[in-house]
Design a protein. Structure first.
Length: 309
């Protein structure tokens, strides 16, 4: 008898499976990448640049941005630009998006790879729980603000770096700020990624017929600095224990390149990939009632309305 993984547990098998690759050129494409100076975003920038794409980074740290810009331009002879925005501050995200729109008339690819994990409940200046704001609201906002330009630039693609962490769930539409529940890092992370995934599926429906696709992906169990904002003990455990069991983030960049360039994905939208392998999300992330509710809540929280999108 051959054992067959249930659809909801395929992530266990897929994490060890051979991945797909693309050698299609990205020459002349303009790729906007958030969280681009480290981890998954940095590996994505390197892979895209090696494929001849031009890069616009949206980052927090200008010194790191300058260093990455110099490195990539020197090694790959492509154009690299950057804009500063902390995704915990939605006003900064909005200003960066407006600046990008003012400077660039075409956007071919948007990759949202910014993300944090926090062991403590922290609210930003607008009163939003920090992990939910950075991982979901910030990426939701920049996507909405750049969307018309991407429709004008179509065919174009949006890739949300999501996570198998969405399986932790934690999303309560009546308690997004964790005021009524005990806060845990894993569940708050799961809540943010569930919300992001639900809005990816909703946006895929909204984009039908535009020649713009949007997909979500798990970047693999790789070594990144996510969680470095936590305490000393957490950071020590991350770098000295957890990292020993994780893979080189280069595989994330290769997977993103495939999702951004492969011709076979030109009409694929509203899907979740474990690296390059399509996978069924957790059941709670496929709830169509929650999908529309979190869409409307997200629009309201970032200061947009249906008329704006």
């Amino acid at each position: 008898m051959i054992f067959k993984f249930p659809e909801q547990l395929m992530f266990i098998k897929n994490s060890k499976a051979d991945q797909k690759h693309s050698i299609e050129s990205m020459d002349g494409k303009l790729c906007v990448v958030s969280g681009a100076t480290s981890g998954v975003g940095y590996e994505a920038v390197k892979a895209l640049s090696a494929g001849r794409a031009n890069i616009v980074m949206v980052v927090r740290n200008e010194n790191k941005a300058k260093a990455v810009k110099e490195e990539i331009e020197k090694k790959y002879s492509v154009f690299v630009d950057y804009f500063i925005a902390d995704f915990s501050d939605l006003e900064q995200v909005k200003k960066a998006a407006m600046a990008i729109l003012n400077r660039y008339q075409k956007i071919d690819i948007l990759i949202n790879s910014v993300g944090i994990h926090s062991t403590k409940r922290i609210l930003n200046k607008d009163g939003f729980e920090m992990v939910f704001c950075v991982n979901h609201l910030g990426t939701f906002l920049i996507t909405q603000l750049l969307l018309d330009r991407m429709i004008e630039s179509s065919p174009s693609r949006i890739i949300q770096v999501n996570s198998e962490g969405h399986r932790f769930n934690g999303l309560d539409l009546n308690d997004l700020n964790w005021e009524k529940r005990i806060y845990t890092g894993l569940r708050s992370y799961g809540a943010s990624k569930t919300a992001q995934l639900l809005t990816v599926l909703q946006l895929a429906e909204e984009l039908e017929g535009t020649n713009v696709t949007i997909n979500a992906m798990h970047p693999g169990s790789v070594r990144t600095n996510i969680g470095n904002n936590n305490g000393r003990l957490y950071r020590w455990f991350l770098h000295n224990v957890t990292w020993r069991f994780l893979k080189d983030p280069k595989i994330s960049g290769e997977a993103i390149y495939y999702l951004a360039s492969a011709g076979e994905l030109s009409n694929v939208s509203g899907k979740f990939f474990n690296l390059t392998l399509e996978e069924k999300p957790a059941k709670h992330a496929l709830d169509q009632k929650k999908q529309k509710k979190i869409w409307n809540l997200s629009l309201d929280m970032v200061g947009l309305t249906e008329k704006d999108v």
